[in-house]
Design a protein around this ligand. Sequence first.
Ligand code: BGP
Length: 479
Amino acid sequence: MSFPKNFLWGGAVAANQCEGAWNVAGKGVSVPDVITNGSHTAPRRIEPSLDGAYLYPSHEAIDFYHHYEEDIALFAEMGFKMFRTSINWTRIFPTGEEEEPLEEGLAFYDRVFDCCKTYGIKPLVTISHYELPYALAEKYNGWTDRHLIQLYEKFCRVLFERYQHKVTWWLTFNEINTSTLYTGSMLSANNIKGFSGSLADLADRPQERFQALHHQFVASARVVKYAREHYPQFQMGCMIGFLPDYPYTCNPDDVLETQKHMRMVNWFSSDVQVRGAYPGYAKRLFRENQITLQTEPGDLEDLKAGTVDFYTFSYYMSFCVSTDPGAEITEGNLLKGARNPYLEVSDWGWQIDPKGLRYSLNEIYDRYGIPVMVVENGLGAYDTKAEDGKIHDDYRIDYLRQHIEQMGEAIDDGVELIGYTPWGCIDLVSASTGEMAKRYGFIYVNKFDDGTGDLSREKKDSFYWYKKVIATNGEDLEG
Ligand code: BGP
């Protein structure tokens, strides 16, 4: 197995899960800033009161805002070629509606990108990673309102102009397909206006989710079109939370249900963003879910003109689909699904399926034929220090090794895979639970669920292992 010569090895984070500094330098309140911590068993809460009765993990997170130089130096030591991060919208436009951007916010990302440049690391920037200004969630009910398209366009134009010489690789929305699922109500903040309480009690409104998604599609397409006209050097990508499904049995009912699920969850959004039009199956999907989209003249032309250059996705697990109501269910990223008896699960119940990554890569590349990147992958696990004070995370090395092996197989199969940025290359706040205890990093951060910890950084065994993987361009995967 051999990885291409210029393969983009790296790691990924999102601003809201690592930066902290939630209210410095004029930054506004973003949606994650009003979400409390939770756990594997207790759901997070939206509590906009910010009155101190709750712990809000994004407020300090791992304080990447003040530690970015040290952290990027560690990424460079591992040999990163690419670093994926996002721009916290409220650092640039505190409520999303200001006329002028905040200079201090822009200057922060200048410093981050300049630091990457010193080490020859290419930034991969997610423009929106679940980081909507809270003011827009309150005033407009998030993306359900068409007005957000122009606010997002303004935000993007500012970013493109400012960072045109520092950033080439852009992703318009993180896991845009979450709005095809219940989870999208919270993550894309299209249903939290006026809400406070447990996320488990958030109502689901498919009509609003899909309307919001339409607005995101149009916004994405318009900025891709704009980038193509003004910055032809840019590479514009989509980002999908990919959760491959297997039929639980060969009963044709299970097979058909699996196909339906694959379309809805995995293909729907990228069919629009890569092929430039709603897929044929959309009509029935809308009819069966009582969804009527409001569109405006020009929307469909924009979708056609604003197709992406490359496809990226997160990959953590696969599911089974069963028409048997008694099928055993397991936890997962973004949704739950039927349990696969052939697979192990992580401490958080996520099924571990390296071969599912090879399968996904092949399915994706067969369908679209454009370059592909895996921009999230990894094992959320409890790390404990051994007697020697170190973290020997052989379980994480095993997980990553097996997934990298399968990426190699997929390349051998003919997939044009150009990069790999595993998730949470440094420990950070979990998106689903708000925990610090669910760790993904090669770098340990002394920060705990109760908010304590001195934020110091330490290298785990996986740090040295990944360094070797990169140095040998994926040839040496041994621990
Ligand atoms: C993805 C998100 C990330 C990240 C990851 C791991 O869906 O894009 O932001 O958090 O999942 O999930 P968690 O943090 O819940 O373990």
